[in-house]
Design a protein around this ligand. Structure first.
Ligand SMILES: [Zn+2]
Length: 222
């Protein structure tokens, strides 16, 4: 069991990974959260995470109530449910990140799903395309209901595009979620570039099982 101090430091590490890998668009806007225990998460308190510190995180319960004393930016209050309801919908989710990553957001504004044509995504357990949820104000019930429906009904979906806005990615822990986000942004860039060469081609139908077998053989997590 990790301590709260370690979990806070992991969120800071993930924020640095996002910044260093170019996943924060010019505004450096993002919100990150990670499970603290079975009823609480740690969540960023402000909208810009370019220089995140361990104390810049609030403790929020899974019903969306802020239980720590530090003030939370009103723009973050707006999106709490977008995080907490994903944890409630899928017990294996350990972290959630929302950003406007540059290539993912191209697909979001074009309202185009991202096909799974890039092998590294299979290693994160993504077996279905990254869907687009219809536009609605950020954090609204309409927006969050649409996201949660994908989380509940599609176990091979670990990320959604929010139409005309950005991406929401969720995975085992905050560092793996940051890595998945960067890998998805690579995939989005590759799919765009492949258009110049006639478009990306699908993976073989047997690819998911073949990759899982290889990973098991070598004891790889991804
Ligand atoms: Zn946003």
């Amino acid at each position: 069991m990790k301590t709260e101090t370690t979990l806070r430091e992991e969120v800071v590490t993930a924020a640095r990974l996002l910044k260093e890998s170019g996943m924060l668009f010019r505004g450096e806007h993002a919100n990150l959260s990670q499970r603290l225990d079975d009823r609480h998460i740690l969540m960023t308190r402000g909208g810009s995470i370019g220089h995140l510190m361990p104390e810049d995180l609030a403790v929020v319960d899974l019903e969306g109530r802020v239980v720590s004393q530090e003030p939370m930016d009103p723009t973050m209050q707006e999106v709490i449910q977008m995080h907490t309801r994903v944890y409630r919908a899928r017990s294996s989710v350990g972290a959630v990140i929302h950003t406007h990553a540059p290539h993912l957001t191209v697909f979001a504004v074009a309202q185009k799903a991202i096909p799974i044509v890039y092998e590294p995504l299979l290693r994160f357990g993504l077996t279905e395309e990254v869907p687009v949820v219809p536009w609605a104000p950020r954090g609204s019930n309409q927006s969050v209901d649409a996201i949660v429906q994908w989380v509940e009904e599609h176990p091979g979906v670990w990320a959604v595009l929010m139409a005309n806005h950005g991406a929401l990615v969720f995975h085992d822990d905050i560092v793996s979620t940051a890595r998945l986000l960067a890998t998805l942004d690579e995939a989005a860039e590759l799919v765009l570039q492949a258009e110049l060469l006639g478009g990306a081609k699908p993976l073989p139908a047997a690819a998911v099982d073949a990759v899982r077998e290889r990973m098991a053989l070598f004891g790889s997590r991804r």
